[in-house]
Design a protein around this ligand. Structure first.
Ligand SMILES: [Zn+2]
Length: 557
């Protein structure tokens, strides 16, 4: 007797094979038969032609903090995600000494879009080292499977304290960081992650610690993966980080390098394609580099209390550490505004906001007549410069005006080329981070609905491979990512004719009742993790025993 049989499904195997009709049987959390089964089971699902694929592997999430208070990693499982890689960009919470907890949480507030109050109320600090953090996750359990990066910013703070955000590391400090990475890899980390991006700042505008690392430090730390003999190096790069330097790291470590965040900018439309071309050339030389791309337009909601959109700008830096009235008077200064205008007008290799005022909208204002109109349109009508208009309106409303900005990745022809590129990896959901700005946790459903069904840019088989088999192979995730006998039964049953992510909603369920954006699924009929159903037609199914596993053993690839 099987545990579960799904009959009459369109099987999409995650390996790129053409979809075919058939059944799939599960016993003890594993796939026992694929194709045809005559056996009966405790639970039978008649798929009636719905598509069945391996569960989505979300390779770019930030659930490190959230998962300690929310083992459901909401909303990912209901969106078809059965495995999440956490700790991207080096933003982890382990290792951490008790005395540094506030420091680490303050670093996370800005980049994660969570308030310090939420983190203080939420994070379960039952660990100090990475191995202890892994033990905590294993003990506590989770709805989905989790793989954990060891993150550069945390190990830097652990070794250097406050100085981590101020200076380069000494030889001895680099040695201590190396020991921490090797210890974490031994305990089961999936790889090492970092960021050199100027958009990544902690509280008060301090750079994230990893941004202070020089090339020597990065070389030494990535070298740990060579010693470990496995693991992925992931980096979110600033414009100054060259692909040839990353290729040198891939060559020296003999490990794959995931390069984020390749997002398309309409004002510098060739930049990401140059990066992808260099990545492709590196692959031809035998080095494993992939470009992490997104299938979602990068749209953010924000207020000027915390304008992530502007915080990476050089000219914004004088405002970053300021609060209250001081901050407001800075926003009024003409020289400050002129410097911003000048910087936005200059071409940049990569920048979140590039002066596309027609793509910035007022969402919520004390003056209702402004809502749903673009800053470009409103400023023109008022005979004002757009930046002046935006800042003046916000200042009149105590900075509570809510905006949304369509920043990057809105040119569908360009994004389609990126998604199909042989060296790209569909990524960048950032699930668990930027919680008040955007939520792309449903990126996989968007790929299946928008890019496969609506636009026909990818075939169903190719899209499913990009969400499952490809990341499984790259990250060395064992026996997952394919509908194969012997694999763990991580499954997503969906209707290809309707699949999509739902609209974003603001909910108030963070610790202390704080808000975040969330999104539901459309066309999802079932999600199973290790053979246990975690979501059905109406979203997540509550379970007492959480079926997800902490992944600690990876294939040596
Ligand atoms: Zn990230």
């Amino acid at each position: 007797m099987h545990d579960l049989v799904i009959r009459n499904a369109l099987l999409v195997d995650g390996l790129g094979s053409p979809p075919r009709r058939g059944d799939l049987a599960v016993k003890d959390g594993k796939i026992l038969e694929v194709g045809k089964t005559s056996l009966s089971a405790k639970e039978t699902v008649d798929a009636d032609g719905l598509a069945l694929m391996p569960g989505i592997i979300d390779n770019h999430t930030h659930y490190d903090a959230q998962i300690t208070w929310d083992p459901w990693a909401s909303p990912s499982p209901a969106l078809g995600v059965t495995t999440a890689v956490i700790g991207n960009c080096g933003f982890t919470i382990a290792p951490c000494r008790p005395r540094d907890r506030d420091l680490v949480m303050k670093n996370l507030t800005q980049v994660e879009g969570m308030s310090l109050a939420v983190l203080r109320a939420g994070v379960r600090w039952d660990f100090e080292t990475v191995p202890q953090y892994l033990d905590l996750l294993e003990r506590q359990g989770s709805a989905l499977n989790v793989a954990v990066f060891v993150g550069h910013s945390s190990i830097r703070t652990y070794v250097m304290g406050e100085a981590a955000t101020e200076r380069a590391a000494t030889e001895a400090e680099i040695g201590s960081m190396r020991n921490l990475i090797l210890e974490a890899m031994k305990a089961g980390a999936v790889g090492f992650s970092t960021s050199t991006s100027p958009a990544h700042n902690g509280e008060g505008g301090k750079p994230m610690p990893s941004r202070l690392a020089d090339e020597k430090e990065l070389h030494a730390l990535v070298g740990c993966l060579r010693e470990a003999g496995r693991g992925v190096f992931m980096l979110t790069k600033g414009g100054h980080t060259r692909i040839d330097f990353l290729e040198a790291l891939a060559a020296a470590s003999a490990r794959p390098v995931v390069i984020a965040a390749l997002l398309h900018s309409s004002t510098n439309p060739d930049a990401v394609f140059h990066d992808l071309q260099e990545i492709e050339e590196a692959n031809r030389r035998g080095h494993r580099l992939v470009g992490a791309v997104s299938c979602c337009p990068l749209a953010m909601e924000f207020t000027l209390h915390s304008p992530y959109v502007f915080e990476g700008l050089e000219a914004w830096q004088p405002a970053l550490p300021l609060k209250g009235e001081q901050f407001k008077s800075k926003l009024k200064e003409k020289p400050f505004r002129d410097a911003l205008r000048a910087e936005i007008a200059r071409p940049a290799h990569f920048r979140l906001f590039n002066g596309e005022w027609q793509l910035v909208q007022v969402i919520q204002s004390a003056r209702g007549e402004l809502e749903q109109k673009s800053i470009a349109q409103l400023a023109r009508a008022a005979g004002q410069d757009p930046l002046d208009f935006m800042l003046d309106t916000a200042l009149d409303e105590n900075l509570d005006t809510v905006y949304s900005a369509l920043l990057l990745n809105s040119d569908e022809a360009a994004v389609g080329r990126m998604l199909k590129h042989p060296c790209s990896l569909v990524s960048l959901s950032d699930a668990g981070a930027h919680l008040t700005f955007f939520n792309d946790a449903g990126f996989g459903l968007h790929l299946l609905g928008h890019w496969v069904r609506e636009l026909g840019v990818l075939t169903l088989a190719d899209a499913v491979w990009r969400l499952t088999g490809q990341p499984a192979a790259l990250f060395g995730v064992k026996e997952r990512g394919a509908l194969k006998v012997g694999h763990h039964a991580d499954l997503l049953l969906f209707d290809p004719a309707t699949v999509d992510r739902g609209p974003k909603r603001r909910v108030f369920d963070l610790p202390g009742g704080n808000p975040r954006l969330t999104t539901g699924a459309v066309g999802v009929h079932g999600v199973w993790v290790n053979g246990v159903r975690v979501a059905g037609k109406d979203g997540a199914v509550p379970r007492e025993r959480l079926p997800g596993r902490l992944l600690r053993e990876f294939a040596v690839n």
